[in-house]
Design a protein around this ligand. Structure first.
Ligand SMILES: [Zn+2]
Length: 168
């Protein structure tokens, strides 16, 4: 069930849980009329059914992961594709991006930015946990804090790398 929540509640969660950035700098502030929701989902269904993306992408060679949002030659890869690529799984393990720390985590809450126009979900927090659980097929019920907008055209860091909406 999807529950609509206040922006303050989303911001509080984002502020205390996202290691990547602080809420006042969050990219959703550049989206138009954002809506905030919280819902639970089955982890393996979530990553197999949705166009759900981690922030890291594959570089222009298609064979190496990059976390650099500035890299405009890199291509998005869904969680579903990522967990089925043996070569990239090896890279994730080698770089310590998946492993025991995440495997045993009790934290099942993630942050998702959703473009309701092109229907993509960009996971802003919980990437390592989702990837690890996906690779090892550890199913869980997850709680998703989500911000949705149908206009991310002013976004300036991660979203332009995933949202396929264009200005007319
Ligand atoms: Zn879009």
């Amino acid at each position: 069930m999807i529950e609509y929540i206040k922006q303050e509640e989303f911001s509080n969660y984002e502020n205390t849980n996202s290691r990547a950035f602080k809420d006042e700098l969050a990219e959703w502030r550049l989206s138009i009329k954002p809506e905030f929701t919280r819902y639970t989902a089955n982890l393996l269904e979530f990553i197999s059914q949705h166009n759900a993306y981690p922030l890291y992408r594959v570089d222009k060679t298609g064979s190496t992961l990059t976390g650099a949002y500035e890299d405009k030659t890199a291509k998005p890869i869904t969680f579903a594709e990522l967990i089925n690529r043996d070569d990239l799984r090896d890279e994730l393990v080698a770089k310590g991006l998946i492993g025991a720390e995440y495997k045993n985590s009790d934290n099942t809450v993630i942050i998702s930015y959703h473009c309701s126009k092109c229907n993509i979900f960009v996971i802003k927090d919980g990437i390592h946990r989702l990837t690890t659980w996906g690779v090892y097929q550890i199913n869980k019920e997850i709680t998703v804090y989500q911000v949705s907008s149908n206009d991310w055209l002013r976004a300036n860091s991660d979203m332009p790398n995933f949202c396929t909406c264009k200005t007319i």
